[in-house]
Design a protein around this ligand. Structure first.
Ligand SMILES: Cc1cc2nc3c(=O)[nH]c(=O)nc-3n(C[C@H](O)[C@H](O)[C@H](O)COP(=O)(O)O)c2cc1C
Length: 373
């Protein structure tokens, strides 16, 4: 396929498994799940795409949005890099109007810098600002930011106060359960956030020490929800619509933030929206051919955000996720891992598609979607 033709082809295939005349109705379904309000910001539903370093670039956010996310975030930015217009930051923070509502997330522990960054973010048009108190990475922790700040609630409170005072747009915070099992202070941090005018909190109920090991303990989400009046969003280990329903019911939380579960599977947002509004998922998951079409589109969106070499490097990771349970995926992955031009990328997908079409006689069977993450 001539790569120049791809965008049109992809546009036609945006919702290939739904007759386009039903699209307006389908969007209604996406909106008809539980909605959520964060301060003055009314969201179409209660499903949030997690900010994720190295993942939630513009291409990823646009696909999450299209498949039903009610709110998307730019990945966590260190407040000082944001203020100093560091070059990498300029690529990361740029967003398109059709991503709205869109949030930005800062990590830091200096109230003055955070206030300045919030003002800048408001001027740049973001709809909401989140404060990161969940990142366990040493690079952030050694500056006393991210989840390390949970050990210093008074300092955190000063940051909350400065951020809220600086802007009119809503401010939220995302935190963990605590520093470790002996220091669980998520309720204290949640209450401080509420007292200082933050309009919502997200909890990833693992400790800083846990990193990403073990399970997210949503018993803690439940305890937090019972202690606060502002909306509580749960983050952690939601990989299927059933997981989302279980967490929502068990904790009484207001919304769900999806991270690894949506990797290579942005339609998980739609599936959860359908489950919430109708009690079941009725739109079939994309079959292998449709998934390849979504991967093509993902790549074209990456090319909008990055130069060709960088887009090729980035797409390798996403490609692995899109094709993970597709027949012959190890061979496709091996080729994808060496892809270095746009032409090469489309060539691999053309051949893979032709192979599927031959095997499936143009009637691809529905693939079973494996658990993500
Ligand atoms: C690769 C990666 C990058 C992440 N980056 C961020 C980030 O920038 N900001 C943030 O608040 N959380 C970040 N997280 C945490 C996720 O937002 C989420 O809270 C966590 O992965 C648990 O949810 P999940 O099980 O749905 O993935 C990151 C997680 C991963 C795996």
């Amino acid at each position: 396929m001539d790569p120049a033709r791809v965008p049109t082809f992809c546009t036609k295939l945006q919702w290939p498994w739904i007759d386009r005349k039903w699209l307006p109705l389908h969007n209604l379904w996406l909106d008809s799940g539980m909605d959520m309000q964060l301060g003055t910001l009314q969201l179409r539903n209660n499903l949030v795409a997690a900010p994720m370093c190295g993942i939630s670039n513009r291409a990823y956010r646009l696909l999450c949005k299209r498949y039903g996310a009610g709110l998307v975030y730019v990945e966590m930015l260190k407040v000082e890099s944001f203020l100093h217009h560091n070059r990498k930051m300029m690529t990361l923070k740029y967003f398109r109007e059709d991503e709205r509502p869109i949030g930005i997330q800062f990590a830091g522990n200096n109230p003055l810098w955070l206030a300045d960054a919030c003002k800048m973010a408001e001027d740049e048009g973001y709809d909401i600002i989140d404060f990161n108190m969940g990142c366990p990475v040493p690079k952030i922790g050694k500056c006393g930011a991210g989840s390390a700040l949970m050990a210093y609630p008074e300092r955190a409170a000063k940051c909350f106060e400065a951020m809220v005072k600086a802007v009119k747009i809503p401010v939220t915070v995302k935190f963990r359960a605590g520093v470790n099992e002996n220091h669980l202070n998520f309720v204290q941090i949640g209450r401080l956030a509420q007292e200082h005018g933050l309009v919502g909190v997200t909890i990833h109920p693992r400790t800083r020490e846990q990193g990403y090991t073990g399970l997210a303990n949503h018993e803690r989400t439940r305890e937090l929800k019972a202690s606060l009046r502002i909306p509580v969003i749960a983050s952690g280990d939601v990989k299927e619509p059933e997981d989302a329903m279980r967490v929502l019911r068990h904790t009484g939380c207001d919304g769900i933030m999806l991270g690894r579960g949506a990797w290579g599977r942005p339609w998980l947002f739609r599936e959860i929206a359908e489950m919430q509004s109708h009690g079941r998922v009725f739109t079939p998951s994309p079959d292998p051919l449709e998934r390849l079409a979504i991967l093509r589109e993902h790549f074209e969106l990456l090319l909008e955000a990055f130069n060709e070499t960088h887009a090729c490097q980035v797409v390798r990771r996403y490609a692995t996720w899109y094709i993970r349970d597709v027949k012959g995926s190890p061979a496709i992955r091996a080729r994808m891992n060496r892809v270095s031009t746009r032409e090469e990328f489309h060539e691999i997908l053309d051949e893979t598609e032709a192979c599927f079409e031959r095997e499936l006689g143009h009637e691809p069977a529905l693939a079973t979607v494996a658990a993500a993450g």
